[in-house]
Design a protein around this ligand. Structure first.
Ligand SMILES: Nc1ncnc2c1ncn2[C@@H]1O[C@H](COP(=O)(O)OP(=O)(O)O)[C@@H](O)[C@H]1O
Ligand SMILES: [Mg+2]
Length: 411
């Protein structure tokens, strides 16, 4: 579980510190106050854990060095990760990480301490597979000798907690409202390469990617997560769809490559064309025929319900969603947040209707301090807080309180 994150010199976060709720944290605050930036900074933890996200260096890119301090709690061990990150922003305002150094500080039971340096991604690989692949080392530009020393310096008692932090980081997922706008642009099918049980996909992003994830979850040997997902969105649950099926059409393609000396190499590839079909009543619909709200809700709930994530960052779940449905979504999010840490950013008081003040953080932008996140119970005096408590118990809900200006500026 991520307890605290301190973000330095990243976009509007000059020195932003936030103590997250163990289950559900809800960020509220004016536009441009830095809510998205906080979520993006948390995503750096995920980028560090995934080897492929180190981008190539880029001559004219302006790189920024940010610092991220993350504190995790794993049973009785407190783990602090101090990371420095060099990244630049690409054309779509996403961060491309160029380099990162990750130092660890462990505090165990009986005053045990340890500090050492190793990239999160290495730690995950090392503890899972017992080795770090060579290409990986090249990517991080670490000399084999240095890597050996790094590995030697990790005390045995820290390895379990270390691997669970690595697993946590690699399982953080981000759901943005803007990610699934306009389902009309979604392809009606996607193609994958299949060799035995191994599947490979080609440059799938956005809508197609989530459809592929749904397909993989359905195909997985133990697809309990997928069944739960269909139960919840299906006729017995929210009735968004009646069923989701995937038609599979085997195809093949042939690659030719000419070698030096004129030999021609012919390679046959077995491909699979996968066609998702959403059944709603009598209709079979392609993904691009779904309403935007339905598509977004399916995507969000898929992230929430199925098991391959450890934490979820959810941006504005209210966008395009009717408030009745939003209530159900939030109840589902709340109940899954007992197993999966969730951080939501929102402009909707309907979202606040479902949470307590302990879940709420007010994010503001101050000229000299940048983005500031304030846990709402802390932002109030004890008297104000008990008045709020009383109000919540007797008459209203938190959303109303916010509407009336009780949590600071109305947006
Ligand atoms: N790549 C960037 N570099 C520097 N500042 C940025 C970058 N992208 C966004 N910002 C700034 O961050 C501020 C807050 O953005 P954001 O987190 O999206 O706000 P919110 O989500 O709270 O509406 C904005 O003022 C914006 O100018
Ligand atoms: Mg935002």
């Amino acid at each position: 579980m991520l307890k605290r994150i301190v973000i330095q010199n990243y976009r509007s976060c000059l020195r932003t510190s936030i103590d997250l709720h163990p289950n559900l944290s809800v960020l509220i605050g004016p536009n441009s106050s830095g809510k998205t930036n906080i979520l993006q900074a948390i995503m750096f933890l995920n980028k560090m854990a995934r080897e492929e996200d180190y981008g190539p260096s880029h001559e004219d890119a302006i790189t920024v060095s940010s610092r991220i301090k993350a504190v995790f709690q794993q049973r009785r061990t407190r783990i602090q990760l101090n990371a420095s990150v060099n990244a630049y922003t690409n054309e779509s305002n996403n961060d491309v990480m160029l380099a990162s150094r990750q130092k660890w500080l462990f505090k165990g039971q009986n005053g045990k301490h340890a500090s050492f340096e190793i990239p999160v991604a290495f730690a995950g690989r090392l503890l899972r597979d017992g080795m770090v692949p060579d290409y990986f080392r090249h990517l991080h530009r670490i000399h084999p000798y240095k890597l050996m020393r790094m590995i030697r310096d990790i005390p045995k008692w820290t390895t379990r907690a270390l691997s669970s932090v690595a697993e946590y980081c690699s399982g953080i997922r981000y759901y943005g409202a803007s990610q699934f706008t306009n389902p009309g642009s979604c392809a009606v099918s996607f193609e994958i390469q299949q060799e035995g049980k191994r599947r490979r996909l080609f440059r799938l992003r956005g809508h197609a990617r989530i459809l592929y994830n749904m397909y993989s979850a359905k195909k997985a040997e133990s697809n309990r997560g997928y069944e739960q997902f269909i139960d919840i969105v299906g006729p017995k649950g929210l009735r968004l769809i009646d069923d989701l099926t995937f038609r599979e059409v085997p195809t093949s393609s042939i690659d030719y490559s000419v070698r030096v000396g004129g030999n021609v190499e012919v390679r046959k590839r077995h491909m699979l064309l996968v066609i998702p079909q959403f059944r709603i009543g009598w209709h079979k619909l392609s993904p691009n025929q779904l309403s935007e709200g339905t598509f977004k809700t399916l995507a969000l709930l898929f992230y929430v319900i199925t098991g391959d994530s450890t934490a979820l960052l959810i941006e504005e779940p209210e966008v395009c969603v009717h408030h009745g449905l939003l209530s159900s979504i939030l109840e589902i999010v709340k109940s899954y947040s007992r197993h999966k840490q969730m951080v939501i950013s929102t402009h909707s008081d309907y979202v606040l209707d479902h949470v307590t003040p302990e879940n709420v953080y007010r994010v503001t932008f101050e000229k000299s301090a940048g983005t500031v996140a304030c846990h709402s119970p802390k932002a109030m005096t004890a008297k104000e807080f008990s008045a709020l408590r009383e109000y919540l118990e007797q008459e209203g809900n938190l959303g109303e309180y916010w509407r009336e200006g009780g949590l600071g500026d109305r947006l």
